[in-house]
Design a protein around this ligand. Structure first.
Ligand code: NIG
Ligand code: FE
Length: 388
């Protein structure tokens, strides 16, 4: 069974050098043939082969599905009151993470599963076809393992974040908590995780603790990603580069050395504008990173504290309006950039052999994602070749 999407007004391929060139590799009047979950053919609409089924893009834009490489979906409760307090002038410190940890520990598996399903569904309807999901609100051996077990029901991109904060019962002995994370917690998490992450920040984990945790994770076969330089300057970004991390996430407070280190590395800078929006903080300087040659990704950071959005189009719009990115750079960062941040070459791109993860916009071009903020422009989503 195959399927043809034709009458595409603008096809964003992310294959450099294709069509009109530029980062998005845009082709006009195109068609895409999908077979067995993969893209089988890409070409001009007038040469499109016959297929069992047809989707008419009605002259709209077709893009690779969004790749959201940073999300915390396994939690219970919400923190709307904390958001309201911030909008009345309170600062964000990350302290509210402990509120969500208490609620998550008290929740049943089915409650957690329902929340992940709800948010994953929300994201999919807005065009997110690949989504990373972290643990990090359990912070006991059993609660981190179950968080990852539930996350793994929804994605292959699961991340062990036992080092999110030091939980209250270890407040007076953080070294012991690091020992727990590096030993029994990592062993319990390992079967369900592809990545390991640490919140490397004042008030969470310092660089030495972060290095110790990430190194044992790496030795256990996990890929490395780091929450780095979100709330203030620090050594997180340079640690990420030192360890060959796939991604340094947030990157809001960067020194010149941090930018240089990223520029000379394969570590992607993943920017999370939903967090700055929702904590009323200064946005990261994407322009500075791009001009230095750093690979930039955009992700939602979906979580109940600092960024309760599952919308990649919203993040694209913020990145363009507030962070100095062009619409093309932002769309690339939300698709191909996210794929690089997950070290994936089968998503975030439209070429034969790639996954048939595609979105159709009810708009003539990718520009409209930033030009028409808040408007639900994603009219159709194909995930693994299957219309959703
Ligand atoms: O990425 N910074 C650390 N973790 C999350 C926030 C978690 C929370 O506030 O619950 C983040 O922004
Ligand atoms: Fe995060």
């Amino acid at each position: 069974m195959n399927l043809l999407i034709d009458n595409i007004g603008e096809l964003v391929t992310n294959v450099a050098g294709t069509g009109e060139g530029g980062v998005l590799g845009i082709r006009r009047k195109a068609a895409v043939l999908v077979e067995d979950g993969d893209i089988a053919w890409v070409g001009p609409s007038r040469y499109a082969p016959a297929a069992d089924r047809r989707i008419d893009a009605l002259g709209g834009a077709v893009l690779p599905g969004f790749v959201d490489s940073h999300a915390h979906l396994v939690f219970a409760g919400d923190r709307a009151a904390e958001f309201a307090a911030r909008m009345a002038g309170e600062p964000y410190t990350g302290g509210g993470i402990r509120t969500t940890v208490a609620a998550t520990r008290a929740a049943g598996d089915d409650d957690l599963r329902d929340t992940v399903e709800r948010l994953r569904g929300e994201a999919l309807r807005q065009g997110t076809t690949t989504m990373e999901i972290k643990s990090g609100y359990g912070l006991t051996v059993a609660d981190e393992a179950r968080s990852l077990r539930i996350a793994a029901e929804h994605t292959a991109e699961t991340t062990f974040l036992g080092a999110h904060v030091v939980p209250p019962e270890y407040a007076s002995r953080p070294d012991d908590y690091v020992g727990l994370v590096c030993g029994p917690m990592l062993r319990a998490a390992r079967p369900y995780a592809r990545w390991i992450d640490v919140f490397c920040e004042k008030g969470a984990f310092d660089v030495d603790h972060a290095r110790a945790i990430l190194t044992v994770g790496q030795e256990a076969g996990l890929g490395v990603r780091v929450h780095a330089n979100q709330l203030g300057p620090g050594g997180g970004v340079q640690l990420a580069v030192e360890l060959g991390a796939a991604s340094a996430d947030h990157c809001t407070h960067l020194s010149r050395d941090d930018v240089d280190a990223l520029a000379g590395s394969r570590t992607v800078a993943t920017l999370l504008p939903g967090a700055e929006f929702s904590t009323r903080s200064p946005y990261p300087d994407a322009r500075r990173l791009l001009d230095a040659g750093v690979t930039v990704a955009l992700a939602t950071d979906c979580n109940p504290g600092s960024s309760y959005t599952s919308s990649m189009p919203f993040c694209v719009a913020l990145a363009v309006r507030e962070m100095g990115m062009t619409p093309a750079e932002a769309v690339w960062a939300a698709t191909a950039g996210g794929a690089q941040a997950l070290r994936r070459d089968d998503v975030g791109v439209v070429r034969p052999g790639a996954r048939a993860d595609l979105i159709v916009l009810d708009a003539p071009s990718h520009l409209h994602l930033a030009y028409r903020p808040g408007v639900p422009l994603v009219s159709k989503v194909l995930h693994n070749g299957v219309p959703q």
